[in-house]
Design a protein around this ligand. Structure first.
Ligand code: SAM
Length: 324
């Protein structure tokens, strides 16, 4: 029902509930950064619920909570319950760095959260500490184990391989995921903000043939969650690897998503500036029809593609500002 100028249907909303994070990953939030959004500008739970309800009425049935680190938003399970109960919200998922997962996984599951992605860049304690600025590996591993026990199935682990930093950890990450029933996804670093622009990300398309040979992986038709990842699997299905290649092989032609930042700005593309602010409308008491019309107007603005390769200096927002 939501279709953009290029014929793409938009059925996926990524929703940032905070731009703050307890980590400072080298390719994301700069160390010492303080310019976070003022709490007065955060959408409240009732406002978020209204926007998500409007999206759901317009045929956007898949919602992912993200940030910043979404588990830092106080009372998040309450929001999850509010969104899970909305008619038309069929798939409710969350991306987290996992540091708070051990204490929150049970409440998130009970509130109606269906799926979980956890970011983790290495299994080496010093490497995690050096990338993320925090000695957090044990907390994240514990969080993953608690989440699995809480009933989350097919947890995906997102890793951003960086040349000379954690690229040698990919095999160990794959073995760990296989042993624990998780799905490893490798993501190419994107030039968002000066942190992303300085990151020395790997070209995953080039890495693929040696990786798939070493682990006996063949291309798989599975579509896990309807995102841009392409998957490879071992013959017995015990090992699944996803690749997300916005740099070496972009997937803009099938882009099905928009992003709502914590202050209620709808961003049409990670790599472009087109946006529409919903907060002023919401706070001026707009009707549901006006809200839906604004969302349709925003979708009209969606650009054809990002230009990360052509204009890598273009986007000064780092990932956590838009909502990763
Ligand atoms: N805090 C949550 C997490 O860690 O998953 C959600 C937000 S985080 C911004 C979402 C994802 O974006 C993480 O997997 C992170 O590694 C990734 N990310 C951040 N900056 C990136 C960049 N410049 N290029 C590629 N991925 C990036």
């Amino acid at each position: 029902m939501l279709r953009d100028r290029f014929g793409r249907s938009i059925d996926y909303l990524r929703l940032s509930v905070t731009d703050r994070c307890d980590l400072r990953c080298s390719y994301c939030i700069p160390k010492g950064f303080k310019n976070f959004e003022e709490p007065a500008n955060w959408l409240g739970f009732a406002e978020i619920q209204r926007v998500v309800a409007a999206f759901a009425r317009l045929g956007c049935h898949r919602i992912r909570l993200t940030g910043g680190e979404p588990l830092l938003r106080r009372n998040l399970p309450e929001l999850i319950g509010m969104l899970a109960s909305l008619p038309g919200v069929d798939d409710l998922s969350l991306s987290t760095n996992g540091t708070q997962l051990a204490t929150q996984a049970g409440a998130l599951k009970a509130a109606g959260l269906q799926r979980l992605n956890v970011s983790l860049d290495s299994l080496r304690r010093d490497c995690v500490a050096s990338i993320s600025g925090s000695d957090s590996l044990q907390q994240v591993l514990q969080g993953l184990s608690v989440a699995r026990d809480a009933g989350f199935a097919s947890i995906k682990i997102n890793m951003v391989p960086l040349a000379g930093i954690n690229d040698r950890d990919i095999d160990a990450m794959l073995a760990y995921c296989k042993a624990h029933g998780f799905i490893l996804r490798l993501i190419e670093a994107m030039p968002m903000g000066h942190t992303g622009q300085q990151a020395d990300g790997l070209d995953l398309s080039q890495l693929l043939s040696s990786l798939s040979q070493r682990h006996g992986l063949t291309p798989s038709a599975v579509s896990l969650g309807g995102g841009p990842a392409r998957y490879w699997q071992s013959q017995d299905g015990s090992c699944t690897l996803g690749l997300i290649t916005p740099m070496s092989q972009h997937f803009c032609a099938s882009c099905n998503r928009v992003r709502l930042s914590v202050d209620g700005t709808l961003y049409m593309c990670l790599g472009q500036e087109e946006k529409l602010e919903l907060r002023p409308l919401l706070r001026a008491g707009c009707s549901d029809a006006e809200l839906e019309a604004a969302i349709r107007t925003a979708i009209e603005l969606k650009p054809e593609r990002h230009e990360f390769q052509q204009q890598p200096q273009q986007i000064m927002r780092f990932m956590s500002m838009t909502g990763g």
